[in-house]
Design a protein around this ligand. Structure first.
Ligand code: AMP
Length: 281
């Protein structure tokens, strides 16, 4: 595995791969790797000649009171895991390397962001879109892999690729979970032991939604209320949102039909956790 920290070196490497006609599968991450990330790599290996992963904790996508400074980092461990998983090229730039310019442009995501995490984290998707435009230009991937755990991100990135004409195929990957159903996340390390036990309520509330819908419930408000009630009565977490939309266009539904996204965010003392499920109704 080759490790590259400069944009210029990465561009040279990518150019030489392109000249050899190689396809590049790209897995952008913020590091502190877990099985979720490694599953994206596994998917990328199946389809691409060359697998590139980026590890970059992007300050632009963190709000002023969020966890940029204390976001977990362990590059030595990440290097090992990435190598074992079969990453060919690890792009690990510094913040200074990625944002060396005085910015002339400020990107603003206009659609799909006044709901879910977008409404709770103002500017988050502007930062995500900005860094992805840069990474897509630097890495020039044939395929880009994103986890469905961040379903709103998948929806926004799909529009970004379409609207800015990136010749990239977005490949969404199912959420990888712990044995009890908790979605794997770099932020799970912030949970206390007691909170870790309770955190399974997110997954359980999604399962409850599935059962209700499978039994014929089509009113999103009824499903949402049942989920909120379940979370409140089974944990000490504060609910950030429980929301239901069509997917991937993220439109409000009065009756559940078609492909729907059911998404949850809850907060414990030191951590905010998200999860979701898509289902065809
Ligand atoms: P992050 O490092 O948290 O920015 O995540 C990098 C990529 O890994 C994103 O596309 C995430 O959606 C994806 N990802 C994170 N957690 C999981 C998971 N549990 N299962 C599948 N993909 C995930």
């Amino acid at each position: 595995m080759e490790i590259i920290t400069s944009v210029k070196d990465m561009q040279n490497k990518v150019m030489s791969l392109k000249n050899q006609g190689k396809t590049i599968g790209f897995v952008p991450t913020m590091g502190f790797l877990h099985e979720g990330h490694l599953t994206l790599v596994e998917n990328a290996r199946e389809k691409s000649d060359y697998v590139a992963m980026s590890i970059f904790v992007n300050p632009l996508q963190f709000g002023p009171n969020e966890d940029f400074e204390r976001y977990p980092r362990d590059i030595k461990r990440d290097e090992q895991l990435a190598r074992q998983a079969g990453v060919d090229l690890l792009f690990y730039p510094s913040v200074e390397e990625m944002y060396k310019h005085n910015r002339t442009f400020k990107l603003s995501v206009e659609n799909k962001v006044d709901i879910l995490c977008g409404s709770k984290r103002p500017g988050h998707f502007d930062g995500v879109a900005t860094v992805l435009i840069k990474l897509f230009n630097i890495v020039q991937p044939t395929y880009a892999y994103f986890g469905m755990k961040d379903a709103q991100q998948v929806a926004v990135v799909s529009s970004l690729i379409d609207e800015y004409n990136f010749p990239i195929e977005l490949i969404p990957v199912e959420t990888v979970r712990e044995k009890d159903g908790l979605a794997k996340s770099s932020r799970n390390v912030y949970l206390t032991d007691e909170e870790r036990k309770q955190a399974v309520v997110i997954y359980q509330s999604l399962q409850l939604a599935r059962e209700l819908i499978e039994k014929g419930e089509t009113n999103p408000e009824v499903v949402q209320a049942a989920m909120e009630e379940y979370i409140k009565s089974h944990s000490s977490a504060v609910i950030d949102y429980v929301e239901i939309y069509s997917f991937p266009d993220l439109k409000t539904l009065t009756t559940l039909s078609g492909l729907v996204l059911i998404a949850v965010a809850i907060r414990f003392t030191n951590v905010r956790l998200i999860d979701n499920m898509t289902m065809e109704v």
